[in-house]
Design a protein. Sequence first.
Length: 354
Amino acid sequence: MTLVFRQLHDQKSSTYTYLLGDSESREAILIDPVFEQARRDAALLRELSLKLLYTLDTHVHADHVTAAWLLKRSSGSRIALSARSGAEGIDLPLQHGDRLRFGSRHLDALATPGHTNGCMTFVLDDRSMAFTGDALLIRGAGRTDFQQGSAHELYRSVTEQIFTLPEDCLIYPAHDYRGLTVSSVCEEKRFNPRIGGARSEADFVGFMQNLGLPHPKQMDVAVPANLKCGHVDAAEAALGSSWAPLRYTYSGIDEIEAHWVAEHAAELQIVDVREPAEYAGELGHIASARAIPLGALAAELHTLDKEAPTVTVCRSGGRSAQAVVILAKAGFTKAANLAGGMLSWHEQRLPVTR
């Protein structure tokens, strides 16, 4: 069966999140989701018509907070994490050799401790892909100087578990700080300066014990939060913070359905960003909408209430999506695009003024 695969990136923490789905059943798994990107990931799942079964964290991260709990609450997914991690709230505590199925596909969980004692590598059923977390990075390896790290244990994990996979198995790490996206078992065995080539365990341990790196900046926040699978106050607040039943798109825009706008028009600041001829033309306009063409919006921002819930409108939802971007940059925190624009408004036979 065809695999749906996406590699996603969080710029702030340099974290990669991986979406894997079965094209027939539409069941999916998300590996290493980031708290701040939960809406993005949920939007992609919705737009691809995928049902999220599990969130998998390769380990208890020290540089970002997981979105596992938030996605569980919003999508009904289950949280999977190593039983050795010590985290609370795990739905599926993983042991070495466990199998996670999504449709006709599956991932095998391999215990690869050393960076932390709860690190796992997830290997696709045909052994064409391995998601190594921080155990094996591209031309690197996860540090071993905190969170029960052990250079000796990590050496054995990489050489005995990951390096015994097929040579052409692709390596997808949890992080990369140089923009590198993928490697392979063959490449890392040959070229990894920490553990590749003829490096012995003593070579590796000596290298790792002399890295001299500062602790991650978010460690004091991230580790306690991740030991609760991301169930933190900010997650509770995020679930109830919306001013309307918004739908976040993978392109990064909040959208709102026409029928809700029609029912709450009196409470909204509605901005129609079409040209004057369109505003007065065949499609008409929403009675309470104020006409500000998109090209003039930046200059007219001072005439709008920045605190008011604002809905932008155009013919089909394209120009008004850009209007939401302009409003957001100007500090409007409650702005959304009318999904489908006036075309959708007409399809639903909602009232217009001409």
